[in-house]
Design a protein around this ligand. Structure first.
Ligand SMILES: [Zn+2]
Length: 101
């Protein structure tokens, strides 16, 4: 079973969290001339085996967004941090997707 260490609440079951996507992706520059980079950003996903940087929200706890480095084959999680670089993350489209892990 996957347990995620929240820096605010401690070690919790993954069912308290919502997966928010790949935290290593960089959004393309917004232009109207070429939408191919946005298509790739929104619809194409890697399926890595190994350590993967991911967004998770502690929805049933402190509701903070975290960046987690998780090994996709073993579910071993490296130290967790609150996302310090995306203060506007809460207002992004990513938060309204309703996706489940
Ligand atoms: Zn928490």
């Amino acid at each position: 079973m996957l347990r995620i260490p929240c820096p605010h609440c401690g070690l919790r079951d993954y069912t308290e969290f919502q997966y928010g996507g790949d935290a290593s992706k960089i959004r393309p520059v917004h232009t109207e001339e070429c939408l191919a980079p946005w298509h790739d950003h929104v619809f194409l996903f890697d399926n890595p085996k190994g350590v993967h940087r991911e967004y998770w929200q502690h929805r049933l706890g402190c509701r903070q967004w975290l960046i987690i480095d998780r090994h996709t084959a073993t579910n071993v999680i490296e130290p967790t941090t609150r996302d310090p670089t995306n203060s506007d993350l809460m207002n992004s489209d990513l938060m309204n997707t309703g996706r489940q892990p």
